[in-house]
Write a protein that binds this ligand. Structure first.
Ligand SMILES: NC(=O)c1ccc[n+]([C@@H]2O[C@H](COP(=O)([O-])OP(=O)(O)OC[C@H]3O[C@@H](n4cnc5c(N)ncnc54)[C@H](O)[C@@H]3O)[C@@H](O)[C@H]2O)c1
Length: 360
């Protein structure tokens, strides 16, 4: 996988205690990498970091990315072959409650990672994780492309768009070609997310509490994709940052069948774990665009990447993970997560997706 790049490498992850970071650390350890993490404590209880067992992390620093000396010290001690920068306040709704915390964690956090790599003179690859929400949203029915204008109507989206601009400036000013890239993913679903105010975790909580799920915007359309599809893209970009020319940014989203409304997502989830939903009042001040699709042609063309799990399968694997954890006595979630990852890799191989079959 990934041309064998990760075996024996040192991978540094910021945000390793979060949902995506925990899956990424898990996969990197399975690939033979030594994983170092820098992050605040897990943002939720329960959390995937604990469920998968922090033991697979070689060394972790529980600290804030806004602490530049701390971040620099950590990278100096780690001497990574690759940095995946995921740490940020990632929730749109929370960004309205505390816009400056969101802005500083997204923008200063990104600048600190890049600045620490620069001042230490590290010869490392850097993958900066932003979001599909970095684009100036016109509610177009077609997908946003990597060279569309950046924008952001809410504090989270604007902060992530600003992180893109900061990365662009540092890359152009200080780094060699083909070493730093940004990755923009759509709305990710998958087992182990317990964030407040995200659809699938809300659905799980409502089922466990035996009440209808409350949806504010059931007809809003989003590009839903499984977390492993998103991470295979991040990992392939990292493996390809070998100093050869590579585009500076990549979208990773689902195929067209993943562009679904919130209600469709929940109806599909209910086929595996039944439950009801009800619409509650919109919050007019929370401006989240109704329509947001991502064009993934660049990742398909340059990386030979495409999603391995279509919408129905992504939802089924997600629901199965939660059902295994919450409805099965004595389930071993580490083993279950490993077999889920194996199923995913096997499906990618069967489809001939390049990262899954590429040799050095
Ligand atoms: N989950 C999604 O659907 C989605 C979609 C697009 C982009 N993203 C991006 O992916 C990344 C990871 O998201 P996630 O879903 O895993 O979120 P998460 O909330 O589960 O994890 C966020 C991580 O960042 C850490 N963190 C937050 N602020 C920090 C700070 N100031 N200093 C150090 N660590 C800090 C948290 O402790 C946690 O480890 C984020 O950058 C997010 O914006 C997520």
């Amino acid at each position: 996988m990934f041309g064998g790049f990760y075996d024996g490498k040192v991978a540094a992850i910021t945000g390793h205690t979060g949902f995506k970071g925990s899956w990424l650390a898990f996969w990197l350890a399975e690939l033979g990498a030594r994983v170092h993490g820098y992050s605040l404590p897990p943002p939720t209880d329960p959390n995937l970091h604990q469920i998968l067992g922090p033991g697979r992390i070689t060394r972790q620093s529980i600290a804030d990315i806004r602490d530049l000396p701390g971040m620099t010290r950590w990278l100096d001690e780690t001497q990574p072959d690759i940095v995946f920068h995921l740490a940020a306040q990632p929730l749109v709704r929370l960004s309205y409650q505390d816009p400056l915390d969101t802005l500083t964690s997204c923008v200063l956090g990104t600048a600190h990672v890049l600045e620490a790599v620069r001042t230490l003179g590290l010869n490392t690859r850097v993958v900066i994780v932003t979001t599909d929400k970095v684009y100036e949203n016109h509610s177009w029915p077609y997908g946003y492309r990597e060279n569309d204008a950046l924008g952001g109507h809410d504090p989270y989206s604007a902060s992530k768009a600003a992180a893109e601009i900061v990365t662009h400036a540092w890359r152009r000013s200080f780094f060699p070609v083909g070493r730093v890239a940004t990755v923009r993913a759509g709305n990710v679903i998958g087992g182990g997310d317990y964030a407040v105010d995200r659809i699938v975790p809300d659905a799980v909580r409502s089922r466990l509490e035996g009440r209808p799920l409350q949806l504010r915007h059931p007809h809003a359309t989003r590009p839903w994709q499984h977390v492993l599809d998103c991470l295979s893209g991040y990992l392939e970009v990292g493996a390809r940052l070998d100093g050869s020319p590579l585009p500076e940014a990549f979208n990773f989203g689902p195929g067209p069948d993943g562009n679904r409304s919130v209600a469709e997502l929940i109806d599909a989830f209910s086929q595996h774990w039944p439950g009801s939903w009800e619409q509650v009042g919109r919050e007019a001040h929370l401006v989240e665009a109704n329509l947001l699709n991502l064009a993934i042609d660049r990742a398909c063309t340059h990386l030979g990447w495409h999603p391995a799990w279509p919408f129905a399968r992504a939802v089924q694997e997600t629901a199965d993970w939660y059902a295994t954890r919450h409805l099965t006595d004595g389930a071993d979630l580490v083993e279950y997560s490993r077999t889920q990852l194996e199923r995913y890799v096997a499906d990618a191989r069967r489809q001939g997706i390049r990262w899954a079959t590429r040799t050095p």
